[in-house]
Design a protein around this ligand. Structure first.
Ligand SMILES: Cc1cc2nc3c(=O)[nH]c(=O)nc-3n(C[C@H](O)[C@H](O)[C@H](O)COP(=O)(O)OP(=O)(O)OC[C@H]3O[C@@H](n4cnc5c(N)ncnc54)[C@H](O)[C@@H]3O)c2cc1C
Length: 391
């Protein structure tokens, strides 16, 4: 394992590992972002296609902190901080439309109250709990009959995952890293402490290789003789054409983590258009090949969105379905990412498996992957180690 050594006087690394990151989605690029921010510049990001062309460019881009346990909130609060810095310093387009998580059971109210406490402990103080009456007053087009409460993060909102990837690629290049497009890693060998990676763009060598290949991380793990558990899940989203401008709708999530099923989500994209889909944090579907053709959403999924929407949105029966697309949640068996050294393979760092939360979790994943390489300790209470998976 190679760890950077820092000068005690300047804080700048005196000895730097050569790092190759495989995959220019948000997880790989935030790893490069954190490394270059720490002064490690011998970083090459190899991308089979171009930055953002994987799951990152197919997401609906929500960044929020409305989670229920302290560790889940803490990593998202870090994500919020990093996205806020990108918005402030690099003009990232961030739509702060708010995030509304709906609750139907009394137990949800307790969980939401706890979530607000966790958020406050992480420096996030704009979230509130709304009663069904509050919701109906603010957004009369949301059906509230079966709700007991909701938690609402007013700062939360969405980014464009493709634009974030492109922005990060530009930032890390500006700091001295290299991003190589159309450079699929085809094979890998390790001799001594040095990895040699063969790609369509030639050979690259490094002491540390980061597996950030998103839905393909299982395949890349096998190339590196560093297997990782991944259950790629097919998900999609669609547009709802409203026909005429309608009042703004925040991101509404009709799913509570750990419920064992999926739920519908929707938000305004334009005044006359919504984006909707089905979300779950859990791997409840059969895994798919990362090379599955990614066209429109399946009809069964579209019908489920329409059914759930018509229960939640006034006038949904008159809305028209527009276009739809699908993409992959790169999910691990326990639905949490893996970030840090591979358990068995020397010189391999994981930054993978962020499921349906990879846009909001990618700053924390990148931070932990970089911390491992730099030998830094972390304040995060979450366990994203590869070791947590037994044999
Ligand atoms: C419909 C949908 C909606 C979503 N909505 C949200 C949301 O609202 N909020 C949220 O936080 N998350 C959301 N997600 C999840 C999020 O998009 C993913 O978790 C995240 O983009 C994963 O990023 P990644 O960097 O791991 O993977 P990717 O973005 O897929 O990047 C991996 C990259 O690796 C490259 N690669 C693969 N193999 C190789 C190789 N051999 N050599 C070189 N390069 C290789 C690929 O080309 C790809 O570009 C959504 C996902 C989908 C599908």
């Amino acid at each position: 394992m190679f760890i950077a050594i820092f000068s005690p006087l300047t804080g700048v690394p005196m000895s730097q590992p050569r790092v190759v990151v495989i995959g220019a989605g948000v997880l790989g690029l935030f790893t490069a972002y954190e490394l270059t921010a720490a002064g490690v510049t011998d970083v090459v990001v190899l991308e089979a296609s171009h930055p953002g062309d994987g799951s990152s460019g197919r997401s609906v881009g929500m960044v929020e902190t409305q989670y229920l346990t302290f560790p889940d909130v803490q990593v998202r609060a870090y994500g919020r901080e990093v996205y806020a810095a990108l918005e402030r310093d690099h003009d990232l387009h961030f739509v702060h439309g708010g995030y509304l998580r709906l609750g139907r059971q009394q137990a949800d109210i307790t969980a939401f109250e706890k979530s607000l406490e966790h958020q406050k402990a992480c420096g996030v103080d704009d979230a509130v709990i709304l009663s069904p009456q509050d919701i109906a007053e603010r957004w009369p087009h949301i059906v509230v009959d079966d709700l007991v409460a909701a938690q609402f993060g007013t700062w939360d909102g969405y980014v464009d995952g493709y634009a974030v990837s492109q922005l990060l690629a530009g930032i890390v290049k500006g700091r001295g890293a290299t991003v190589v497009a159309r450079a699929e890693v085809l094979s890998a060998q390790r001799t001594g402490d040095v990895w040699r990676l063969d790609t369509a763009q030639g050979v690259f060598e490094a002491e540390v290789v980061v597996n950030a290949a998103g839905p393909w991380a299982g395949h890349v793990g096998d190339l590196l003789d560093a297997p990782v558990p991944l259950l790629p899940q097919l998900h999609g989203a669609l547009t709802i054409e409203l026909g005429a401008p309608q009042p703004f709708t925040p991101f509404v999530m009709d799913y509570v983590p750990g419920s064992g099923t999926d739920g519908v989500y929707f938000r305004s994209e334009r005044a006359d258009q919504l984006i909707a889909g089905l979300h779950t944090d859990e791997a409840i579907k059969d895994p798919v090949s990362p090379d599955v053709p990614l066209g429109a959403m399946g009809m069964d999924q579209i019908e489920r969105v329409i059914t759930l929407l018509s229960e939640r949105l006034v006038g949904a029966d008159d809305m028209e379905i527009g276009r739809s697309w699908s993409g992959i949640y790169p999910m691990t068996p326990d639905h949490q990412p893996i970030a840090g050294w591979h358990r068995d393979a020397p010189g391999v760092v994981c930054a993978l498996g962020a499921g349906g939360s990879g846009i909001q979790l990618s700053p924390a994943v990148g931070r932990l992957a970089a911390d491992a390489i730099l030998g830094r300790s972390s304040d995060f209470e979450i366990d994203w180690s590869h070791e947590r998976f037994g044999d």
